[in-house]
Design a protein around this ligand. Structure first.
Ligand code: ADP
Ligand code: ZN
Ligand code: ZN
Length: 744
């Protein structure tokens, strides 16, 4: 028998119903199609919207989430399979959470079941039982503090003590997330040695160590505090060191004092132990949950469930944290809101920043987007008055910004990419005992190995890209698919023994600097040399201890705090970003250079930035020299307006990949014809091969859709998607849609 009305847990009268009717749940399952499935609820289970469920599916099992109970249009009960298990010991996901995932599914044109699955931590996704109450609060003992004080070397057990020490007390699950390597082993050892003990939750509720705010900070804090309980988006505009984090901490304190929860999103690389420590030590009594994809599954699930139960006070995490359910949420902060890592590049291609704004609107909260170099989308919102801009000028205590000088590389002879001016600058710093940083955003030794006789190059067999030469292990590595090979001793094309490495990466620069300055202590910082947050911490400690004279590295170096002895920043090979094909390239370049330029001259000593360029008059460098983000944004926005690019236009990209390029193009052309038949005002570009056409043995092509208004684009996509799902698709072809793509 079919029920005629949607009924949920609150309104359903369980006593009378169970005897009369069989109950049905509608489930979102992680499948690549936008379908929902109905199941029968066996007697004894209490269905509710938002519960996770384990279900028979095909020959196996799947886990999904109940999105409706007793839907009116369900098929007869005798046609349905029964639910295997409802995970009733986890509270149902709240309706706001389901609304957020439903919006993400709709907006990014992605199946709801897959959105829900992506939004859940891996443990819940697989419906594994959570360990019960295995999450005590741990505090350091006097013996632990003594051991820490006397230690010559931080062992893994002491690392655990150290992580707890700064926070006063820490939940075990959180500690697991903080530590590298065998974290549970480290905690076990520290407890066996009597250095850590289980305590009741810390009672202290007052934030400690808050700084007295300057006038601009005060104004920013008040503006956001006054907006509590209503949707108000803010742009907190200030360079690194202007006190943004301090402002967030005051706003969070206000939020907690009202008994509400705060969510703070940071970029992938921004979730450093220092930030964790700063937040944890400011709010010793608060339950701080940190979440990032590198955490163990168990710790992630526990953090998620603590948040869901309302036990977490602050959630601090990377983009995936935007999906953490928070029943008492009062404030969202997105730090470095322009950072590209907020956009997911596969599966559900969402922007955590954009979803955060949507969430703040849906849940009636203030949201603070912070940056020194906001995305042009956000900047334009502020210019148009939709977001309130809060400016933090550099406080008077900070020294004046570094001077910026351009070195015209057309007029000087470069030595392996280094100009005499830069070499001289480094030499001066060395003599004065100061530090220099050389920035080159390309890792490896050389981007290609080639044969000058027959023109053989070290091409990746699976991609339309060259394999990069890594000198340390004499390997060739493809940075797109990860394919590795040995450097050949003779040319595979003609047998020539004299192969050349062309161009340069950070390794080669490091080598050349070593030849110039044999007495200097040089350290390279890129993804090959520094793989974990702990390693980055170690490098930073060496910089601060003045154990490093010259740093060479990629954009990894752009983040992070001030090094007072660092007085010279050299920028090498930045020009590529000026005329790149992607329309966002100048914005990214400016953001990176502003950040890396800001590394110098923050202490007592004046800083200098040297930019090696063939285009010294380029306006981007003019704005950079004046540290003039608003001027840069104005000019760039004007160009984007003429071209109809975001934030003046809206894009979606339909991409297809297949072993043969023709197949991908043919499918996209069919899709294009289907889109054309909708006769919508959305503009359809020609189907073209992607710039990196071949990656990991697949040929890729794309179709760009463009509209001057978002609802128009959304309506067209909504109409188009079912037609695309219905299209015949060759077995080895994969396609996806990317709404608001990061690049075109
Ligand atoms: P941002 O997040 O913009 O980089 P921070 O909040 O980290 O800035 O502040 C930079 C430095 O200035 C930190 O060392 C911080 O402790 C200090 N600071 C911030 N605000 C104040 C203040 N009002 N008074 C004194 N020091 C401050
Ligand atoms: Zn050859
Ligand atoms: Zn490759």
């Amino acid at each position: 028998m079919k029920r005629s009305q949607v009924v949920d847990e609150d309104t359903f009268d369980r006593n009378t119903s169970v005897t009369v009717l069989s109950r049905i749940v509608r489930i979102a399952l992680p499948l690549p199609r936008p379908l929902l499935f109905d199941y029968l609820v066996p007697a004894g289970m209490n269905p509710a919207v938002g519960l996770c469920a384990r279900l028979p599916f095909g020959r196996g099992e799947k886990t999904g989430v109940v999105v409706a109970v007793d839907p009116p249009d369900a098929p007869p009960a005798d046609k349905l399979k029964p639910v295997l298990e409802l995970l009733e010991d986890i509270p149902p996901l709240p309706s706001e959470w389901l609304a957020l995932t439903a919006f993400a599914a709709r907006y990014y044109q992605h199946p709801l079941g897959e959105v829900i699955s992506a939004a859940l931590p891996p443990g819940l996704r697989r419906a594994v039982k959570l360990p019960r109450d295995d999450d005590p609060w741990l505090a350091t003992t006097p013996a632990g503090r003594l051991a820490l004080g006397e230690a010559k070397k931080i062992t893994r057990a002491l690392a655990a003590v150290l992580a707890v020490q700064s926070a006063g007390a820490r939940r075990r699950s959180q500690l697991l997330g903080d530590l590298d390597g065998d974290a549970s082993g480290a905690i076990r050892e520290a407890r066996a040695k009597g250095w850590l003990e289980i305590v009741a939750r810390a009672g202290e509720r007052e934030p400690i160590g808050a700084l007295t705010l300057n006038t601009a900070q005060q104004a920013a804090v008040h503006a956001v505090n006054d907006a509590a309980g209503s949707f108000r988006p803010f742009l907190l505009f200030g360079v690194t060191g202007s006190g943004k984090t301090e402002v967030y901490l005051h706003q969070i304190a206000h939020t907690l004092a009202q008994g509400r929860q705060a969510l703070m999103l940071v970029p992938e690389i921004g979730l450093t132990p220092q930030l964790m420590e700063r937040v944890a030590s400011r709010f010793p009594g608060a339950n701080l949950v940190s979440l990032h994809s590198g955490m163990a599954d168990g710790a992630r699930s526990l953090g998620f469930v603590q948040a869901l139960k309302g036990e977490a006070d602050i959630v601090l995490g990377t983009r995936l944290s935007v999906f953490v359910p928070l029943p008492r949420l009062g404030l969202i902060v997105v730090d470095e809101e322009h950072d590209a890592s907020f956009k997911q590049q596969d599966g559900l291609r969402y922007s955590a920043r954009d979803l955060a704004v949507w969430r703040a609107n849906a849940e009636k909260l203030p949201i603070v987007l912070g940056s020194a170099t906001p995305s042009l989308e956000t900047w334009q919102h502020a210019e148009a008055g939709r977001y309130t801009r809060l400016d933090l000028p550099l406080p008077a205590v900070a020294d004046k910004p570094p001077s910026l000088r351009r070195i015209d590389t057309r007029r000087v002879k470069l030595d392996h990419g280094l100009s005499p001016g830069l070499i001289e600058g480094i030499r001066t710093r060395l003599a004065r005992g100061e530090q220099s940083l050389v920035f080159l955003n390309r890792r490896g030794y050389a981007p290609v190995i080639a044969c000058p006789q027959c023109n053989w190059v070290s091409a990746c067999p699976h991609c339309s890209a060259n394999m990069v030469f890594h000198a340390a292990d004499r390997a060739l590595r493809c940075h797109h698919c990860g394919h590795e090979g040995r450097v050949p001793h003779i040319c595979p094309g003609c047998g020539n023994q004299d192969l050349h490495a062309f161009g340069r990466g950070t390794q080669r620069l490091e080598e050349r600097l070593g030849e110039h300055f044999p007495e200097a202590r040089i350290e390279r910082v890129d993804r090959d040399a520094v793989r974990t947050p702990a390693q980055w911490e170690a490098v930073r400690a060496r910089i601060e201890a003045r154990e490093i004279d010259i740093l060479v590295g990629t954009q990894m170096l752009a983040k992070g705090h001030d090094f007072p002895m660092l007085t010279l920043v050299g920028i090498v090979g930045a020009d590529a970003g000026l005329y790149a094909a992607d329309f966002r390239a100048p914005e990214r370049l400016f953001q990176q250079l502003m950040q890396v330029a800001g590394r110098s001259g923050r202490g007592e000593l004046p800083g200098e930035v040297l930019v090696q360029t063939e285009f010294p008059e380029h306006p981007l460098y003019e704005h950079l020299a004046r540290r003039d983000y608003p001027g840069f944004a104005k000019r760039e926005l004007a160009e984007r307006k003429m071209a109809g690019f975001p934030p003046w236009g809206y894009h979606a990209v339909l991409r297809a990949e297949a072993p043969e390029l023709d197949a991908a193009i043919a499918w996209l052309n069919t899709a294009r014809a289907v889109a054309e038949s909708l006769q919508s005002p959305v503009m359809l570009y020609d189907v073209v091969p992607m710039r990196l056409v071949r990656r990991a043995r697949l040929e890729r092509a794309q179709l760009v859709l463009e509209s001057d208004n978002r609802p128009g684009l959304q309506a067209t996509l909504a109409a188009l998607m079912p037609l695309l799902y219905a299209l015949k698709c060759p077995r080895e072809l994969r396609w996806h849609i990317d709404v608001d793509p990061g690049e075109l």
